[in-house]
Design a protein around this ligand. Structure first.
Ligand code: PMP
Ligand code: GLU
Length: 399
């Protein structure tokens, strides 16, 4: 018997990836599944990006690259920040990794360890608390509510900060709630953090190109002079450019921290994929109308999703201003039984729903918030209409 380490034993598998795998399994057995589990655009990666990868392969760009990324990809990221956010960054501030999830891991591995605390507002993206726990640091969860738009307030932050606080993790636009903080709200949080701690700000901005209506993304590092010295910006290509499988994420950070992450990445993965880096250059430097077209499509699906969910009795849905998730309150149905199966929490709700109606949602408990479930609307309008009709019918059977 090979013994499993304490680290491995303590890690929960990603609930989103596990739910996606369950849907695939059911589908393989011939069942029609309405799968709203994974936050993954259903679009193909735009053709000019795929063509750049083809050219890179043909040109023999199939070797190890520098650990933190090629000079070309880092220059493209610097250009993109200058153009999109007016944020001037140098190549020494950039490290490209195998997806933003890997970037988050690198940042946490390079900044925290046993005895340290990392403040995470709930609901949080499913992997945050495990990524923190894997370093030996303690996640400090601060609960936000629909009444505050699921936004952390400066007073809550002040109350959560201790001398052990090393990092505050923020995610706007947020997965799972779709919450987008205003510039003024982020300024107030940044000021509070600076006034009450010497902690770093880890800002996950991966949904920055997916906001709707009047909501605007903010690059937190640019909010105040000097804030960039204690801020790490994480983003990636998965969501905006429909590039989940290419595994391209990055961190923008002070040079000394990039150096620390460089050392970690050199020992863990050597470098990100050479071919994917060439594709990322084309994504960031190339025509951006593909992003606008996908955003418009997500905006239409958001309208469709919100309209259909609103029409179902008992559900409460805060409007998502960004990303591609609806995070809604199903607790009015707790205490009922479905086909004789009592449902008492979000996990029980999602497993009964999948088993009986073949509709796949993620329980709010995976994001640190009970009573809610998450639906990804990064899927076809037909799937949205069919799946939500099934959900409505199934809810009506609750006794
Ligand atoms: N951050 C957030 C908030 C996410 O939703 C995701 C989803 N995949 C990631 C980071 C990681 O993305 P990836 O590793 O595909 O770049
Ligand atoms: N971030 C996506 C989600 O929340 C993809 C899955 C994952 O990386 O966990 O569904």
């Amino acid at each position: 018997m090979i013994r499993i380490s304490a680290l491995a034993a303590s890690v929960k598998p990603s609930a989103t990836l596990a739910a996606g795998a369950k849907a695939r399994q059911l589908r393989a057995s011939g069942v029609q599944v309405f799968d709203f589990s994974l936050g993954e655009p259903d679009f193909d990666t735009p053709a000019h990006i795929r063509a750049a990868a083809d050219r890179a392969v043909a040109a023999g760009q199939t070797h190890y690259t520098p650990v933190t990324g090629t000079p070309e990809v880092k220059a493209a990221i610097c250009r993109w920040y200058k153009g999109y956010h007016g944020y001037e960054v140098a190549p020494e501030n950039v490290i490209v990794s195998n997806g933003a999830k890997h970037s988050l891991h690198n940042v946490l591995a390079a900044t925290v360890g046993p005895g340290d605390e990392v403040v995470i507002p709930t609901p949080y993206w499913v992997s945050y608390s495990d990524l923190v726990s894997m370093t030996g640091a303690a996640p400090v969860l601060v609960h936000t509510t629909p009444e505050s738009g699921f936004k952390l307030t400066p007073a809550q932050l002040r109350a959560a900060v201790t001398p052990k606080t090393r990092v505050l993790m923020l995610n706007s636009p947020c997965n799972p709630t779709g919450t987008v903080y205003t510039r003024a709200e982020l300024e107030a949080l940044a000021d509070t953090l600076v006034d009450h701690s010497d902690a770093a700000l880890l800002s996950d901005e991966i949904y920055e190109q997916l906001t709707y209506g009047d909501a605007k993304p903010t690059c937190v590092a640019t909010l105040r002079p000097g804030l960039r010295d204690r801020t790490v910006t994480v983003s990636g290509a998965s969501k905006s450019y429909a590039m989940t499988g290419w595994r391209m994420g990055w961190a923008v950070a002070p040079a000394a921290l990039v150096k620390a992450m460089d050392a970690i990445q050199s020992q863990e993965t050597s470098c990100p994929s050479s071919v994917s880096q060439a594709a990322l250059v084309a994504a960031l430097d190339g025509p951006q109308d593909c992003v606008a077209a996908m955003r418009a499509e997500f905006a239409a699906r958001r309208e469709l999703t919100c309209g259909l969910l609103r029409a179902i009795p008992g559900l409460k849905l805060p409007v998502p201003d960004g990303a591609f998730y609806a995070f809604f309150d199903v607790s009015a149905y707790f205490g009922k039984a479905f086909a004789g199966k009592p449902v008492g929490d979000s996990l029980g709700f999602c497993s009964a729903l999948l088993e009986q109606a073949h509709v796949n949602l993620i329980p709010g408990s995976a994001f640190g918030t009970e009573g809610f479930v998450r639906m990804s609307f990064a899927c076809s309008p037909d799937t949205i209409c069919g799946g939500l009709a099934k959900l409505a019918d199934w809810l009506a059977t609750g006794r």
